[in-house]
Design a protein around this ligand. Structure first.
Ligand SMILES: Cc1cc2nc3c(=O)[nH]c(=O)nc-3n(C[C@H](O)[C@H](O)[C@H](O)COP(=O)(O)O)c2cc1C
Length: 191
């Protein structure tokens, strides 16, 4: 899949078929993660590959919006180490996006499940809940989980609607970038 086609076709997939993902494909996705950049190349991350149905079901109850994990046959939790880098969250975000993107060329779909800074249904900290389910040591963080599976829903690729040219400035904030066709096509929405 060509890179820009991948970017257009990437959508958040939240419903998955009940079909196991071959280990070779899981490893390919992890290889995409290993290729991620990081500040000072510190690579302040760990990955937990979760395919245990009971654990996935428990994780799907971590917070509102974690329900895609209930049908996902696989999830990869990103575990960050703040002691390794002061920009561990940036590094972990990029690695998570590598994983999310890598699922599409191999025929899978995926969605980012935010855990950090979210509350679980009973008002508990969602990260604490996930930490317990996955037995993650206290000094490490679990900012997000990527739910992965064969798509059971179809979504249109993104088109022009995402092109917010009005948010692009030239040399200083507030000065519109370009007067070309593209910027005329996407005026700032009202309201
Ligand atoms: C930081 C971040 C947190 C997100 N958290 C969730 C989440 O907890 N649950 C969920 O279903 N989708 C989550 N998403 C997916 C977004 O809702 C989705 O990317 C957005 O609506 C745009 O849709 P698209 O990914 O199909 O382009 C998250 C995405 C990002 C980048």
């Amino acid at each position: 899949m060509e890179f820009f086609e991948l970017l257009r076709k990437r959508r958040s997939i939240r419903r998955f078929k009940d079909e196991k993902i071959p280990r070779k494909i899981v490893e390919l996705i992890l290889k995409a993660a290993f290729l991620s950049p990081s500040s000072h190349n510190r690579r302040p991350w760990y990955f937990i590959v979760i395919d245990d149905r009971e654990k996935l079901d428990l994780l799907s109850k971590a917070k509102p919006g974690a329900n895609p994990l209930a049908s996902a046959p696989l999830a990869i939790a990103i575990v960050g180490d703040p002691e390794k880098s002061d920009v561990w969250l940036e590094d972990c975000s990029i690695v998570a996006e590598h994983i999310h993107l890598a699922t599409f060329p191999v025929g899978l779909g995926s969605v980012w499940i935010q855990i950090m800074n979210r509350k679980s249904f009973d008002g508990r900290d969602a990260e604490e809940y996930v930490r317990e389910v996955l037995n993650v040591p206290k000094n490490l963080r679990v900012p997000f989980i990527i739910a992965i599976g064969f798509p059971a829903e179809e979504k249109k690729p993104h088109g022009k609607e995402v092109e917010e040219w009005w948010k692009v400035f030239h040399n200083e904030f507030g000065v519109a970038y370009g007067r070309g066709e593209e910027s005329r096509e996407s005026p700032r929405p009202k309201g």
